[in-house]
Design a protein around this ligand. Structure first.
Ligand code: VG1
Ligand code: CO
Length: 544
């Protein structure tokens, strides 16, 4: 079985974004497109030669074909062993778990996360390093540079391998081991949380919950952990069967896309707890009865209560949040006397801090929370964390959150997304804001005085690497902020994200409705950026 050398030419635009290379399936289906990117990984990540690689994805359309391509190329590029999830399935946090547990040289995750799947929808690929985390910018830049000059890739001419039967097969010099994608991950969760307490909560007969897997990758994980191990009643996991097109929906756990679940938590008969995860299993949404927990609050609450769970009894070392995430976590860190870091958007920026032991818990406003147990955000981990808290504190979700606001004050928070807007218009809007920045400090916008205005740049405290243009921040007194960013995960035009936040110390004002309370700031944000004039959009199309 001689490796073949196939001549190729570079494709434009193979630069990974916030989380890997994401494009329409049709783009990935072009001859050599996927192969070029994969070869660029092998050409730049030299430890993979003779090493072990983990491969799996969220099961979306094109997942299986892509895995066959990667296996043949891994064999032709001298990889010694590949661990692939049965059926080609691995959630993103499970890949991270397996890389770390077996000390492999890295992993390849196939997913476009919360973006829809199917022949006309999205696909994605990303490389995770030996620490289990998404490759840092130095690595993604090297991979991208390689795609610009690539002229040959290596593969084998072999039929597809069976991915559905556990066990090992030889592919040339490569050993391909099909493994159960759930077991190692479930074992890790059991080591972090009080499964007995959660089991008792389910047994109490007075606690009702649903977990919505959104027809995506977490179905098998949630069935095994929630229903089999923790004894939740059958049917607790909804939409548990992963589908190539996620049943036609957006596998995005938010109030707009998880409507069915949200409805189940509302009204007199509403569930006590609702949770959902995204396409690749790294996001989470947490709901109580008639209650939505913002991801920024969730991060702060998990950090403040971590000592109540077995995995974090000795406390946490530090917290990090992405820049647009609310400053609720900062208040917890301050009270606990621990460090708090503000990083650019994207999980890859947490990796060094986690590896260096500077932080234990981190999160993003985009429904992502995680800890040093892996190097990805982790949807089911957050759900189990909340279940553990509910079991120990014997309070409702709403009471836990309200209690937190009483202790720390409330950071009102919302994000407004303007999706699929014209790229040039979106870039023009950001340029316009950049020009305004130097003149803003000291000026009055509505009732607010600008205290700082900048284009966020980050210097990694561990390796000193610098990342610029990570979002426009306009700060006012008392932590009030407007942040503007363009998405780095979309595949059509541009998506403008506007993040709004203000702090309310007065408990008598904590129960206000968020969008209403935010209205003055919303109007300032729209006007300052000339959103309607520049994009033609009066209103955002997704509000979280
Ligand atoms: C979005 C979120 C970001 C998250 C990223 C990947 O990126 O804002 O916080 O890390 O998605 O999440 P952007 O560039 O579109 O704003 V996932 O669940 O797609 O791996
Ligand atoms: Co995701």
């Amino acid at each position: 079985m001689e490796p073949q050398r196939i001549a190729t030419t570079p494709f434009e635009g193979q630069r990974p974004g916030t989380s890997g290379l994401r494009k329409k399936v049709k783009v990935f289906q072009q001859p050599h497109y996927l192969e070029n990117f994969v070869q660029a990984i092998f050409d730049t990540q030299v430890d993979l030669k003779g090493g072990v690689l983990v491969v799996g994805g969220d099961g979306r359309y094109f997942n299986r074909e892509a895995i066959q391509v990667i296996l043949r190329m891994a064999a032709a590029n001298g990889v010694r062993k590949v661990l692939v999830g049965r059926g080609g399935i691995f959630s993103t946090p499970a890949v991270s778990c397996v890389i770390r547990k077996y000390k492999t040289q890295g992993g390849i995750v196939l997913s476009a996360s919360h973006n829809p799947g199917g022949p006309h929808e999205d696909f994605g690929i990303k490389f995770n390093a030996a620490n289990g985390g998404p490759a840092p910018e130095s690595v993604t830049n090297a991979i991208y540079e390689r795609t610009r000059t690539i002229d040959v890739y290596r593969t084998l001419d072999t039929p597809p391998l069976d991915l559905d039967t556990l066990g090992s097969t030889q592919l040339g010099d490569l050993l391909v081991e099909v493994v159960d994608p759930v077991t190692d991950y479930a074992t890790l969760m059991e080591s972090l949380f009080d499964f007995n307490a959660i089991h008792q909560l389910f047994n109490s007969g007075i606690f009702r919950m649903r977990f919505d897997a959104m027809s995506a990758v977490t179905g098998p994980y949630a069935l095994k952990i929630l229903e089999d191990r923790l004894g939740a009643p059958p049917g607790t996991v909804m939409n548990a069967q992963p589908k190539e097109d996620f049943g036609g929906g957006h596998p995005d756990p938010n109030l707009a896309h998880a409507e069915e679940l949200v409805a189940l938590t509302e009204g007199t008969d509403g569930l006590d707890f609702g949770a959902a995860s995204d396409g690749d299993g790294d996001r989470n949404m947490i709901l109580g009865k008639d209650f939505f927990v913002t991801p920024s609050d969730s991060l702060a609450i998990l950090a403040a209560n971590a000592h109540l769970t077995p995995g974090y009894t000795s406390g946490i070392r530090g917290i990090a949040r992405s820049m647009p995430t609310s400053q609720a976590a900062d208040r917890v860190a301050e009270r606990m006397g621990i460090e708090c870091f503000e990083t650019p958007t994207g999980w890859k920026f947490f990796g060094n801090l986690l590896d260096a032991g500077r932080i234990t818990i981190c999160g993003e406003e985009s429904f992502g929370t995680g800890s040093d147990h892996v190097r990805e955000k982790d949807g089911l981990w957050a759900v189990l964390f909340w279940l553990n808290l509910l079991a120990v504190r014997q309070q409702s979700v709403a009471d836990i959150v309200t209690d937190h606001w009483h202790r720390f004050g409330r950071n009102f928070y919302t994000r407004h997304d303007y999706e699929a807007v014209d790229l040039a218009a979106a870039e023009g809007l950001m340029d316009h804001l950049r020009i305004l920045l130097p003149g803003l400090p000291g000026t009055q916008l509505g009732d607010f005085t600008v205290t700082y205005a900048d284009d966020f740049a980050y210097t990694d405290p561990i390796d000193g690497s610098r990342s610029e243009h990570q979002g426009i921040r306009i700060g006012f007194e008392n932590g009030t902020r407007i942040v503007y960013r363009l998405s780095g995960t979309g595949t059509e035009g541009a998506t403008l994200r506007v993040y709004l936040e203000f702090f309310e110390p007065d408990p008598s004002r904590h129960q206000r409705e968020t969008q209403e309370a935010m209205q003055p700031l919303t109007l300032i944000a729209r006007e300052l950026a000339q959103i309607e004039a520049r994009t033609g959009r009066r209103e955002p199309n997704v509000i979280t």
